[in-house]
Write a new protein. Structure first.
Length: 168
């Protein structure tokens, strides 16, 4: 019983570490090359959010297509499938990972469709896109690994450094 319950915190920490690692090394690291499968993140998603004051109108379309949001959804689905074989030995952990994947997509999509919500609930992600340095604040759902790895610039109660023209 206790072993199963440990799957929840382990899964949440694992998901946050995954957000940090994938965002930093795959989406930004590999994704800066225009020839990379991952270039959609840097060359479409980041470009659009800079032009649209953090909004990404791509989230208004279906995730079923070969565009940034479709590739993001497909990547998340593959991540979920990779964890399926662990269900017999770590069912609670795997269910927590599934929750983390769905929550990541939900939070990321909502943030880029509702700026005021993003400012209130994920200000570190606003800072990632609109701040002076887009190579910081890698986490989307919670900034835990950014704090642990020294890549967090957002501090609770501190105004965002991001320059955004949208009204508060």
């Amino acid at each position: 019983m206790l072993g199963n319950l440990l799957g929840i915190p382990l899964g949440l920490v694992y998901c946050n570490a995954g957000e940090w690692f994938i965002h930093k090394y795959v989406l930004h690291g590999l994704g800066k090359s225009k020839n990379s499968l991952w270039s959609f993140h840097w060359h479409e998603h980041h470009r659009l959010t800079m032009k649209s004051d953090f909004s990404d109108p791509g989230y208004d379309r279906s995730p079923f297509g070969w565009h940034a949001q479709g590739k993001e959804a497909l990547g998340l689905a593959v991540l979920g499938l990779v964890h399926l074989p662990l269900i017999p030995v770590a069912p609670v952990f795997v269910c927590t990972v599934f929750y983390g994947i769905v929550n990541y997509y939900r939070v990321h999509k909502k943030a880029h469709r509702d700026f005021n919500w993003a400012k209130k609930h994920v200000p570190w992600h606003v800072e990632h896109h609109m701040g002076r340095n887009q190579n910081l604040n890698w986490c989307v759902t919670k900034p835990w690994f950014d704090h642990l790895m020294g890549t967090a610039t957002y501090k609770e109660g501190k105004p965002l450094a991001a320059k955004i023209s949208k009204s508060s």
